[in-house]
Design a protein around this ligand. Structure first.
Ligand code: CMP
Length: 145
């Protein structure tokens, strides 16, 4: 029997992308995330290799924008983090706004800091399952609490 209510995850995964880190938006974005009630459970500042970026976005490998996406994601450092909050995946996607900043709501992170659909400042997991997969991609058990 299906459960009556879907069990909500309390964790999501994010990256602050190279456009935002290189423009100096990292602190402001983290501040907005924390003020929205998310707790940082793991965090690292790293530069991805081409292979790592390709693996992370493997699901998009057949898309026409795949190579552009990989080239962008390795163009500068990123901040990867696991965040905790009740209803984390959905609430974080609301906080960051639509993938295309032109369609993002006022006050969202992408509306404030992103330039285009390709260079859109932040990533947020789209499901509980992907939040787990993406967090596991970046962090060992010893690197989170
Ligand atoms: P993200 O949420 O990190 O997940 C996949 C990414 O692919 C997305 O953000 C965008 O940055 C990128 N993306 C999606 N659609 C396009 C597109 N049409 N052109 C370029 N990049 C895209």
């Amino acid at each position: 029997m299906q459960p009556k209510f879907k069990i909500m995850s309390n964790r999501t995964f994010t990256m602050i992308k190279p456009d935002a880190t290189t423009k100096g938006y990292t602190g402001a974005i983290l501040d907005q995330i924390i003020k929205a009630g998310f707790k940082v459970k793991a965090m690292k500042w790293i530069q991805l290799s081409e292979e790592q970026a390709g693996l992370f976005y493997d699901v998009h490998r057949a898309r026409p924008f795949f190579q552009e996406l990989v080239d962008f994601m390795i163009s500068g450092p990123i901040v990867a983090a696991i965040l905790e909050k009740e209803n984390a995946v959905a609430d974080f996607r609301e906080l960051i706004g639509a993938t295309n900043p032109a369609q993002a709501a006022e006050g969202t992170i992408r509306k404030l800091y992103a330039a285009s659909i390709g260079e859109n400042a932040v990533h947020g997991s789209d499901s509980d399952e992907n939040a787990t997969i993406e967090g596991d991609f970046f962090f060992t058990k010893l690197e989170r609490f």
